[in-house]
Design a protein around this ligand. Structure first.
Ligand code: URA
Length: 253
C-alpha cells in the first residue's frame, strides 16, 4: 500500500515536472487559474522552489493542479525528448499516438517497430494491420479508438524496452491517459499489461479478465505480433475482445 502510494507519487511527480517545464518552454509566465494551492499558483513555473514543485507533485491520487496540458503539448515534448540516449540517437522520429482523443477505448502496445518509426504512427506494420482487423471485427474503426504505446521511440532491432526506458516514458503515457480519460484500456502483450498495472504476472495469466487502473476497466490480451507467430492464439484474443465488447455494451452480431 505504502509502496503503491510512493510509486504513484513518483510517477505523478515526473508528470508534473514534465508539465511545468513544458508550460515554461511554451512561454507561459504564470500558472493559470487560482486553485487550492495558492502559494505555488501565484508564481511562474520557473519561480517554483523544489519544495513547491514537490507539494504540487506529491499528492497521490489527486489530479495535477497545473492546467493547460494537451495532447499537442505532450506530442511536442515527446518529439523533443532525449532522456533515453540510445533511442533518441537511433530513432527516425517519435511515435506519439493516433485516433479519437475522446475515445472510450484505448489500445496500449509496447513500442514502435520499424514501420512505425518510419511513418510516425503506431501499429501500421504487419502487427498493426492485424490490430486493425481485430478492431474492425469488434465493429469499430481505428478512428473510434485511441492507439498508443508504452514507449514513444523504437528500440533498436525491436528489442524489449529496458526498465529505465519504460520509466522515462511513463509520465507521457499517464498524461495521455489523463487527457483522453478512456473508460476502457486494452493492453496488447506483456510489456503493456505489466507496465500499466505494475505487475510481473504473465500475460497468459492476466488475459481474459478485467483489472482496474484508476477507475478504468483494463483487459489484457496477446500482442498482435505474437498472433502472427502463433495464429492458434487468435481464438483467445477473440474471446477477450468479446468480453470487452460485452462490457462496453457493443453487440457483435
Ligand atoms: N508493436 C507495438 O507494440 N506497437 C506498435 O506501434 C507496433 C508494433
Amino acid at each position: 500500500m505504502a509502496t503503491d502510494r510512493t510509486e504513484r507519487g513518483a510517477r505523478s511527480s515526473t508528470a508534473a515536472i514534465q508539465q511545468l517545464e513544458s508550460l515554461e518552454r511554451a512561454g507561459m509566465k504564470q500558472l493559470p487559474k487560482p486553485g487550492r494551492r495558492e502559494t505555488a499558483q501565484a508564481k511562474a513555473p520557473h519561480e517554483l522552489s523544489v519544495a513547491e514543485r514537490s507539494a504540487i507533485a506529491q499528492s497521490p491520487g489527486e489530479p495535477l493542479p497545473v492546467v493547460g496540458d494537451s495532447l499537442e503539448v505532450i506530442r511536442q515534448e515527446v518529439a523533443a525528448c532525449r532522456l533515453c540516449h540510445e533511442l533518441a540517437t537511433t530513432r527516425t522520429q517519435t511515435v506519439f499516438g493516433v485516433g479519437n482523443p475522446r475515445a472510450r477505448l484505448c489500445f496500449l502496445g509496447e513500442a514502435p517497430g520499424a514501420d512505425e518509426d518510419q511513418q510516425g504512427e503506431p501499429f501500421v506494420g504487419r502487427a498493426g494491420q492485424l490490430l486493425t482487423k481485430i478492431i474492425e471485427a469488434c465493429t469499430l474503426a481505428r478512428t473510434d479508438v485511441y492507439i498508443l504505446n508504452v514507449l514513444k521511440c523504437r528500440p533498436p532491432g525491436n528489442r524489449t524496452p529496458l526498465p529505465d526506458e519504460v520509466s522515462n516514458c511513463r509520465g507521457f503515457l499517464d498524461r495521455q491517459l489523463k487527457l483522453i480519460q478512456p473508460e476502457y484500456i486494452c493492453c496488447l502483450g506483456a510489456v503493456a499489461a505489466q507496465t500499466l498495472l505494475q505487475t510481473e504476472t504473465s500475460i497468459g495469466r492476466m488475459r481474459g479478465k478485467f483489472f482496474d487502473y484508476q477507475g478504468i476497466a483494463v483487459m489484457c490480451t496477446y500482442h498482435p505480433a505474437y498472433l502472427l507467430r502463433n495464429p492458434a492464439a487468435k481464438k483467445d484474443v477473440w474471446e477477450d475482445m468479446k468480453l470487452l465488447m460485452r462490457k462496453m455494451g457493443i453487440e457483435l452480431g
